[in-house]
Design a protein around this ligand. Structure first.
Ligand code: GLU
Length: 488
């Protein structure tokens, strides 16, 4: 694509959980860096100390790692152009803000918040353009010095051109132009010694050698301001690209009410990291054909900026679940084993009392129908624990009059089956059906399944009987008979 090494960054301001929009931004940057053997950088933008939340940062880092979006440089691992946490770079920002003052591109502003409030009220009342009115823009150097020496509180503002327009090129949207009079005299440095988001963001992108800035489209209005800053410093801006907005499936803003929005919630729902990555990759990008299921390597190989579409896209949770189901059924059982094991442990199922070979068989019979990890608990808990209740609907249907006697007969068949295999069990059930004058074994299969699993769904009964083993099946049948006795 270019001869320069690609350097991209994910630059979150940790104020809350990592939501799917942020995760998509991180993913696109990561895919782009991996595709071109570039560097993916994590930079923590924590200059707004009132909104910064340490726990949110910890959770966000955990989520990014869970998704497998490992960075090459970042606050925890360092790198050549660190520190990667903005609160550790305050001197740098001050130096650059002062440099702009020296160049006549920025100025000290001593306006108090009371004056600014009054100004805003007046502008509103008189229907004037909103924004700083430039009172301090033309203070003489002597006046400025005097006020600085008197210890007056100040901010540093950018001298935005008053006329003309500022234009920047967005990689997927083309030229975007703003009238300079719409751009405020941006605050670069606040009176509390911290830079504004804009100054820190631009200075860092420059000093960190960022070649492409890929971020959400809510940042479009900030970009002309950044362009003015780049021009004022005399720096070449990076390539800008604003990703399309993600809407809820039925339209409208994505919100908690319309489904989960944070990565943690999807993780807790049992969505696999690979599914989430695959799903998010298609929010605003496509591989050029109808392929939907792609693993990490394929995504890296196919990803291209040219296929990112600026049009809004919809977050369809149903599709996410479908995709997750596809991942389960197509994944090798060994790869699912650690996640399923952990989920079973979290559900307090005694997985340790059984070996991994058993777990492998259990996963094998469930994975075809599972859509998320919690389905494994729902469909798999009876492999580890005797049912302590029976599904009410199934009881009505399958534990009818005569069910007790029927289970007693099944018990005796099981007891007398020497060769405890699927084939001989099938044969024995068929024989019992014949003896009872049933057309087929279905009338025996359903009550038996309910007695040994507590539910009416699952793998083929003979497979289940073997998997659970003879001893367990006998114990559960006896329990079922007992239950039916107590019912009458
Ligand atoms: N700190 C900004 C955020 O939280 C970064 C925006 C950007 O990528 O420039 O989204």
């Amino acid at each position: 694509m270019t001869d320069t090494k690609i350097r991209v960054r994910f630059a979150p301001s940790p104020t809350g959980t990592l939501h799917v929009g942020g995760a998509r931004t991180a993913l696109f940057n990561w895919l782009f860096a991996r595709k071109f053997n570039g560097a993916f950088i994590l930079r923590i933008e924590d200059t707004d100390q009132t909104r910064y939340d340490k726990n949110a940062e910890i959770a966000m880092i955990k989520d990014l790692k869970w998704m497998g979006l490992q960075w090459d440089e970042g606050p925890d691992i360092g790198g050549e152009v660190g520190p990667y946490r903005q609160s550790k770079r305050l001197d740098i920002y001050k130096k650059y803000a002062l440099e702009l003052i020296k160049k006549g591109m920025a100025y000290y502003c001593f306006c108090t918040s009371e004056r600014l409030d009054e100004m805003r009220i007046k502008q509103k009342a008189e229907k004037l353009a909103q924004g700083y009115d430039g009172l301090c823009r033309n203070l003489t150097p002597e006046e400025t010095d005097k006020r600085l020496q008197a210890g007056e509180r100040y901010v540093i503002r950018l001298k935005t051109p008053l006329e003309g327009s500022t234009c920047f090129s967005d990689y997927i949207r083309g030229e975007i132009s703003y009238q300079n009079k719409e751009l405020d005299d941006l605050i670069l440095f606040k009176s509390n010694g911290f830079p504004s988001y804009h100054l820190a963001n631009v200075v860092d992108d420059h000093l960190m050698g960022i070649t492409h800035v890929m971020r959400g489209d809510e940042w479009i209005p900030s970009t002309p301001k950044h362009k003015v800053l780049y021009d004022s410093f005399g720096w070449e801006p990076p390539v800008f690209m604003h990703l399309p907005v993600i809407l809820a499936a039925g339209g409208g803003k994505l919100s908690k009410r319309k489904g989960a929005v944070s990565v943690t919630e999807y993780k807790e729902m049992g969505i696999l990291p690979n599914t989430l990555i695959n799903f998010l990759s298609l929010l605003g990008w496509n591989p050029g054909d109808d392929t939907e299921l792609m693993d990490r390597e394929t995504l890296i190989q196919k990803f291209s900026l040219d296929r990112v579409n600026p049009k809004s896209c919809a977050f369809d949770e149903k599709k996410l679940e479908w995709m997750n189901g596809q991942y389960f059924s197509s994944s090798a059982t060994e790869t699912l084993l650690p996640d399923v094991k952990k989920t079973f442990q979290e559900a307090s199922l005694p997985v340790e009392s059984f070996d991994d070979a058993y777990l492998t068989l259990v996963i094998d019979v469930i994975k075809e129908r599972a859509k998320n990890l919690s389905d494994f608990v729902e469909r798999g808990s009876y492999f580890y624990a005797d049912p302590d209740s029976y599904d009410k609907k199934a009881v009505k249907k399958h534990f009818k009059d005569g069910a007790k006697q029927l289970l007693e007969q099944v018990l005796s068949v099981i007891n007398s089956t020497e060769d405890y295999t699927e084939e001989s069990l099938e044969k024995a059930f068929q024989e019992l059906a014949n003896t009872l004058g049933y057309e087929n074994a279905a009338k025996i299969i359903h009550p038996t399944r309910l007695a040994i699993s507590g539910v009416s769904f699952g793998p083929g009964l003979y497979q289940l009987l073997v998997l659970l083993n003879k001893e367990t099946v006998i114990r559960r049948l006896e329990k079922g008979i007992h239950y039916l006795e107590s019912k009458v």
